[in-house]
Design a protein around this ligand. Structure first.
Ligand SMILES: [Zn+2]
Length: 101
């Protein structure tokens, strides 16, 4: 039997009573300016794009984390709400901004 833990509050999730939510994030180098750049840069970006496209095919885990990272979190119901209210975690760092409401 698999036990899951909320990655946010570390509470263990009861598979019978707790709903579990999965957050999946992909962070990768954006490439959408291929037509406007010099040939040297284009080669470089094309290379990156080749790598990114290769990920889909091979599931290659060797790709640099600078180029592509996939993250996955399990959340409990409460933390799901918290996450969706503030997906970028900005409230945690904006201690001095009380104007937001
Ligand atoms: Zn939680």
């Amino acid at each position: 039997m698999i036990h899951y833990t909320c990655d946010y509050c570390k509470r263990q999730l009861d598979s019978e009573n707790d709903l579990r939510y999965v957050v999946r994030m992909e962070v990768y180098t954006a490439i959408d300016e291929l037509d406007d750049i010099s040939d040297a840069d284009r080669d470089h970006l094309q290379e990156i794009q080749d790598i990114l496209e290769g990920i889909e095919v091979d599931g290659d885990k060797q790709v640099s984390e600078d180029l592509y990272q996939q993250l996955r979190f399990d959340l409990c119901c409460e933390c799901r709400k918290r996450f969706l209210r503030d997906p970028m975690g900005r409230r945690l760092t904006a201690h001095f901004d009380f104007s937001e409401n």
